[in-house]
Design a protein around this ligand. Structure first.
Ligand code: HEM
Length: 323
């Protein structure tokens, strides 16, 4: 093609590829894998209850009947696949916004497509996580979808941030399909804040996930999983894909002076670097905010008011666990 020819309009197929309907179709294989993962997690949770190694049953002994409480275990399983998929989609998203590190071989268009399909899968998985939970609490849809209505203190806040994450994910993600109507710049600006959804999901899990209740094990793994996210976030800020987003972060570039925007962006980059350091400190010191397993059975009471999942059970007293 001659370089002086006017830019050809995007091929029709390309434009079609970006509608909600075609992305919903494209997400089906991804969703199928996510459902398989959910089923496997459900199997593991069930097996752990049956062989007496379930941390959830330790925190909430009244839940130890795996068959009777199956919606709760299924909801937990959807929670884990939602978390895993949101981890993956955030990594893809950061690779879309930043220049690709040389060792990543995937084409930008492939990364973007994977980001779109995995994001849609995340929304479906969070929805399933909450919907199945509502079956467990006597079809309490309001409890599962209105922040602050599920459970009692101290669980109310922990669950509410998960619910808020869900409601934020919808407009911040799905407005992609009307971005031309709302203005691509505005869309890009608002979509950037979707990282908040991920942080809320992780925070919610650390606060209320009974399989990551105790120090060590899966709780540490969850902390470690945040390192690539934080590193890629920092990388995306330092090396954005769009030249316009580039800020002079090397001191050698500062001789021409810095605008207020540059200073703000530098502070953001410093903050991101501080997050990486903080994560490393948390992991190195083992100070992950979990409960102490050794203490737990000793503090067990039947009138504790602890992790009561829908208010009609007496909770496990977990005061002093550090959550
Ligand atoms: C409408 C939104 C949400 C509701 C009502 C909700 C509710 C809950 C509840 C009650 C638990 C406690 C289960 C337990 O005993 O461990 C929980 C755990 C969990 N949630 Fe959510 N959540 C929501 C959103 C989210 C989001 C956005 C994510 C992440 C993307 C997430 C991931 C998880 C995970 C991984 C667990 C841990 C399960 C376990 O300990 O095995 N949830 N959620």
């Amino acid at each position: 093609m001659h370089t002086d020819e006017p830019a050809a309009p995007a091929p029709r197929r390309d434009r079609r590829d970006r509608t909600l309907r075609s992305d919903l179709r494209a997400m089906l294989p991804d969703l199928a894998i996510a459902l398989l993962v959910t089923a496997s997690v459900y199997g593991i949770l069930h097996w752990r209850i049956d062989n007496g190694t379930s941390d959830t049953a330790l925190v909430m002994p009244f839940m130890a009947d795996a068959a009777a409480n199956w919606p709760y275990w299924l909801s937990q399983a959807f929670g884990w696949s939602a978390l895993l998929w949101s981890w993956v989609t955030v990594l893809f998203g950061l690779l879309v916004g930043g220049s690709r590190p040389a060792w990543i071989r995937l084409r930008p268009a492939t990364i973007e497509r994977l980001h779109r399909t995995t994001s849609l899968t995340v929304i479906a998985l969070i929805f399933a996580h909450a919907l199945v939970l509502s079956w467990d609490s006597g079809n309490d849809l309001l409890g599962a979808f209105v922040p602050g209505l599920y459970s009692h203190a101290p669980g109310r806040f922990a669950v509410a941030i998960g619910v808020i994450a869900f409601w934020l994910a919808l407009p911040m993600g799905l407005t992609y399909y009307v971005r031309n109507r709302m203005g691509p710049r505005l869309w890009r600006m608002t979509h950037r804040f979707i990282i908040v959804v991920y942080v809320l999901g992780i925070w919610h899990t650390f606060l209320w996930g009974t399989n990551v209740w105790f120090t060590g094990g899966l709780r540490t793994v969850l902390w470690v999983m945040q390192i690539p996210v934080a590193l890629l976030f920092l990388w995306r800020l330092l090396y954005p894909a769009r030249r316009g987003e580039r800020v002079p972060w090397r001191p050698s570039e500062w001789s021409a002076g810095l605008s207020a925007r540059d200073v703000g962006s530098l502070v953001l980059r410093l903050g991101a670097a501080a997050v990486v350091v903080a994560l490393l400190v948390v992991i190195a010191t083992g100070n992950t905010g979990g409960a102490d397993r050794e203490d737990y059975p000793k503090t067990s009471t039947s009138d504790g008011g602890g992790h009561d999942h829908h208010g009609d059970h007496e909770g496990h007293d977990h005061s002093g666990h550090g959550h």
